[in-house]
Design a binder for this molecule. Structure first.
Ligand code: AHR
Length: 636
């Protein structure tokens, strides 16, 4: 059996020659030219699902900051706020639609103060997203808009434990009679991380009275790369750790809309956060859209990812399509969006982007038309309309199709795989004989479901190893497969709508699942050329492999998945090259059902070791049961 892929074997974690009888021999063919691998191969697919945006990767700590709608997209309410009355003072809070903040934020929080007693206070608190995480050494930026009917005195802004211990406080000197933005820094002096905290705005002015209206009440921690309105730093970092090459956004279902009217509208996700109305996302809960088009593009800059921007293409989750004759305004809307992303500051939308703080046009290379349009019967005319208009305006943009049956040119096709372990393993060869006719492949979503799609399947070792087999097959064919992304990327602990997911988090911590570590190992150890591997004295399965080399580092990589319950030893031979006498192995292994969780976030993590190589090109390596391994060899 001969493959264009990697498959290496080493003595797991030990610096001695493995003398165990080999189950298979693998010869890595550095003596013959390999196929060039697309440098974009591994990246992320992102949409707000499983409460992963607001209260997740988007660093905003206040929940329901602008009363856009309630948690499930309905009439706004004051959920997550409570009255604060100390020392016998009395006040109440109300949702006020009679005093809107502006045209899009039509509800405000009104604090009615009856009486503030000497030494007391009146105000309100916000409980955040299952608490507010305060970490040693961090400073927090609080901001809000407020105006008052008659009270002109100071306001105290504080972060407090839920039992009332003040961790940090600062004072806004006065409140104006028309809406004004107040920004203040809070610097808690704490020795340990805590989350059981609330955010409070109050007045302690004796005899204060009257009404004060508030809106866009915000609290930000330091963000990833210190980006304003940016990412939760630990979540940004766990993404960065996989060295991703692309970012497919904003969906997924979440771009489509439950109906056309509720689609993701790019122009409602840009500009100052107080001008964004928010929307009911396709996953059944409110999206603030605080993380919008510009934030996603800046995230690509900060994580060094190529943006793959999906544009809405006239089809929504109610399975209704815009009629061909009516497409014009929607296609134009996408062109406006592209101008916002790529236009010079001399263009209308390029100038708008500049006014939002990013004068430099983004170097967008990839646009996807729709999402999962294989579910529709109308993609042919819709794809044609978008493809033709985009190509005319931006001939260099690479267009990605999400349905196969189109009569217009197809540059890239997005295939999705949510399958059982055996089906994923069977698809190791999926693209081996796929025509190389100029149309490249994006596997824009994939995940192994060991317990059926897509409700309760755990992200366990069996799933992770099947992912590793499948990804190895993609990598072996990465002269054709240009992009591959696991989906969904994130889940908030206790809020999963879809399983498995790559990364879990709660208010305090973030953790990779076993499939995450496979992604990290496969993506961070990237070859530029895929090498043929000849197998002898054994056959494919339970070991699956891909091999490659990287010119800039003179390295050879062998990635091997053992999709089985017994360890397997392979005799590895490198033909056409000699490597240093010591290799490095990165091995992820565990029990078939093992996974990571909030209680045990590092139950399964990769282990890095060294192993010896005899004579510059030969060694045995034993791959543990249910394992995914990367072996690194340094060419001499
Ligand atoms: O990843 C979850 C969902 O799966 C995506 O939103 C959709 O594209 C697919 O059906």
């Amino acid at each position: 059996y001969s493959t264009f892929a990697l498959g290496l074997v080493s003595s797991f974690g030990l610096a001695w020659i493995n003398t165990v009888q080999a189950n298979i021999s693998l010869t890595i063919r550095q003596d013959i030219a390999g196929n060039v691998s697309f440098p974009t191969l591994y990246g992320y697919m992102y949409e707000d699902i499983n409460h992963s945006g607001d209260g997740g990767i988007y660093a905003e700590m206040i929940r329901n900051r602008a009363f856009q709608m309630n948690d499930t997209g309905g009439t706004p309410d004051l959920a997550h706020y409570s009255s604060v009355n100390g020392g016998g003072s009395s006040s109440t809070i109300h949702l006020d639609s009679a005093v809107p903040f502006n045209d899009v934020l039509t509800h405000t929080l009104r604090l009615d103060i009856t009486q503030v007693k000497q030494g007391g206070r009146a105000g309100f608190s916000n409980e955040g997203w299952e608490g507010i995480r305060i970490q040693p050494g961090e400073k927090y930026t609080a901001s809000f808009f407020a105006k008052s009917s008659k009270y002109t005195g100071p306001l105290t802004v504080s972060i407090e434990s839920s039992s009332g211990t003040v961790l940090a406080k600062a004072t806004v000197p006065s409140v104006s009679s028309s809406f004004k933005k107040y920004t203040i820094e809070l610097a808690p002096s704490v020795k340990t991380t805590t989350t059981d905290n609330v955010f409070v705005i109050s007045t302690s002015t004796t005899n204060a009275s009257g009404s004060i209206w508030f809106d866009v009440i915000s609290l930000f921690p330091p963000t990833f790369k210190n980006r304003a309105n940016g990412l939760r730093a630990d979540i940004g970092q766990i993404m960065a750790d996989t060295k991703p090459s692309f970012f497919r956004f904003p969906g997924g279902n979440n771009i489509e809309g439950i109906n056309a009217q509720s689609r993701w509208k790019w122009n409602e996700t840009i500009g100052p956060i107080e001008t964004r109305p928010g929307r009911l996302g396709d996953w059944g809960y409110m999206n603030t859209d605080g993380q919008g088009l510009l934030e996603y593009l800046e995230m690509c800059e900060d994580l060094n990812m190529e943006p793959v921007l999906a544009v809405w293409a006239g089809y929504s989750l109610d399975q209704k399509s815009i009629a061909e004759a009516d497409l014009g305004p929607y296609v134009q809307d996408s062109l406006n969006e592209l101008e916002y992303v790529m236009g010079s500051t001399k263009t209308k939308y390029g100038a708008l982007r500049a006014s939002h703080g990013h004068a430099e046009p983004f170097d967008l290379k990839y646009v996807e038309i729709g999402n999962e349009d294989f579910f529709s019967t109308t993609y042919d005319y819709r794809y044609k309309a978008w493809y033709t208009a985009i190509k005319k305006a931006y001939p260099k943009l690479q267009i990605i199709a999400t349905g196969g049956e189109t009569s217009s040119p197809m540059e890239t096709l997005d295939d999705h795989y949510y399958q059982s372990g055996p089906a994923m393993v069977a698809d190791y060869n999926k693209y081996d004989n796929h025509p190389r006719n100029g149309t490249t492949i994006m596997v824009g979503e994939y995940a192994t479901n060991v317990n059926g799609c897509c409700g309760t399947s755990p992200a366990n070792m069996q799933a992770a190893v099947a992912d590793a087999v499948f990804a190895s097959g993609l990598e072996r064919n990465s002269d054709l497969v240009q992009f591959a992304a696991y989906a969904p990327t994130f889940t908030r602990d206790g809020q999963a709508q879809w399983n498995p997911d790559l990364i879990g988090f709660n208010t305090e911590q973030v953790w990779g699942t076993p499939p995450y570590y496979v992604q990290q190992m496969w993506s961070a150890n990237r070859a530029d050329t895929i090498l043929q591997v000849d197998a002898a004295n054994g056959k494919l399965g339970p070991l699956y492999w891909v091999a490659g080399s990287k010119k800039s580092t003179q390295q050879v990589f062998l990635k091997v998945a053992n999709y089985g319950s017994s360890s397997q030893t392979a005799s590895i031979n490198l033909k056409g090259g000699r490597v240093h006498s010591q290799g490095v192995s990165i091995v992820l292994s565990g029990g078939v059902n093992d996974t990571n969780s909030a209680a045990s976030p590092k139950n399964v993590v990769p282990k890095t070791s060294t192993f010896n190589i005899a004579g510059g090109n030969t060694f045995n390596f034993t791959f543990p049961a249910w394992s995914a391994s990367v072996l690194l060899l340094d060419n001499m």
